[in-house]
Write a protein that binds this ligand. Structure first.
Ligand code: SF4
Length: 330
């Protein structure tokens, strides 16, 4: 019998993982695609996914990996050492655990991340944050950065749209921040479902108070897809209003995602100087068999860093943006 995630199996009363090392998709991206904007901007990351998830979001753009017939299909299986060697041979600076939910193959993610960091690569999680205490501690101890998708700011929304609960997600955000892991947050905006001024205002307030005003926050346009097909998208104008609400709540770095060209640059919150410029575009399409995955995530190129060290070159305001020692600001 398999569990809800589809990749844990009860075999004679032993709980077994069925996807250790099972790779569904792997591709090299800029880290900005995750989206992660304040950690080694412009670096190349080997994005790797498996199968299975512990939520069932009705708009999931990667649903073939988590609930399709392919979850049991023949797959490429790599040992941690083989995956790390592959990442290095493809020129990556780090590994991103992404596409499906990393916690459902956490044993492999932890084993491989430890090895990868030993080899000089960084590791990051692209996660829904819905993680139990034991697994959370182990995962956070194995990575350098995390992007948590907070999908709404009420339990009702989580129950109805994702099949989960909000509290463990917020715990993951706080635990990552307190443990010195670089944290960025995304919030997929669905028209009429999680986009009220009240809900978003409370969420931004929570981010400011618990993670700090310099936490990068990405509001993502959700496209009508999967079981949300036909649902109207949030228009750009409304998304921009939401972004401004985040800024009014005291957050210093609020971006838009799911749209390639708006609000992608980083500006100094004190003097308005351009600190990092990014060019968003459609990017290369990524497929699992004939199914496109991550179809609504723009890629970024031409990332230009104007920081002086970690500070604004004009007013000297310090930021928490982590730059690679080899990256020379312009
Ligand atoms: S959107 Fe992410 S968290 Fe939700 S079902 Fe898909 S893979 Fe899982």
């Amino acid at each position: 019998m398999v569990g809800f995630c589809l990749v844990r199996k009860n075999v004679e009363s032993r709980l077994l993982s069925t996807n250790y090392g099972a790779i569904s998709v792997s591709t090299v991206d800029n880290i900005e695609k995750k989206p992660i904007f304040h950690f080694l901007p412009g670096s190349k990351v080997y994005s790797v996914g498996s199968f299975g998830c512990n939520l069932r979001c009705i708009y999931c753009q990667n649903y073939p990996l988590i609930e399709g017939e392919f979850v049991d299909a023949p797959r490429r299986v790599l040992s941690p050492q083989e995956l790390v060697s592959e990442a290095i041979s493809r020129g990556a600076d780090g590994i991103a655990w992404t596409f499906n939910e990393p916690v459902v193959w956490s044993e492999y993610v932890v084993d491989t991340s430890r090895l990868a960091r030993h080899e000089g690569l960084y590791c990051m999680l692209n996660t829904n944050g819905y993680i139990a205490d034991l697994a959370r501690g182990e995962l956070l101890g194995a990575v350098d950065a995390i992007k948590v998708d907070v999908k709404g700011f009420t339990d009702q929304f989580y129950e109805k749209v994702c099949g989960g609960a909000l509290a463990p997600v917020l715990e993951t955000c706080k635990a990552a921040s307190w443990n010195g892991v670089h944290v960025e947050i995304s919030y997929p905006v669905i028209r009429g479902m999680n986009d009220s001024q009240d809900e978003i205002g409370h969420f931004c307030e929570w981010v400011r108070l618990n993670l700090g005003p310099d936490t990068p926050l990405h509001f993502i346009m959700v496209h009508g897809f999967h079981r949300l097909s036909g649902h109207p998208e949030t228009g750009l104008e409304d998304l921009e209003k939401i972004r401004l609400l985040g800024i009014r709540c005291g957050l210093n770095f609020v971006y838009l995602g799911g749209v390639p060209r708006q609000a992608q640059n980083t500006y100094c919150p004190d003097c308005g100087e351009l600190l990092i410029s990014r060019r968003g575009d459609e990017g290369e399409r990524v497929y699992f068999r004939d199914q496109q995955v991550s179809r609504f995530c723009p890629s970024h190129s031409d990332v230009k860093i104007m920081l002086s060290g970690r500070s604004c070159p004009r007013c000297g305001r310090e930021t928490a943006i982590k730059i690679h020692p080899c990256q020379k600001p312009l």
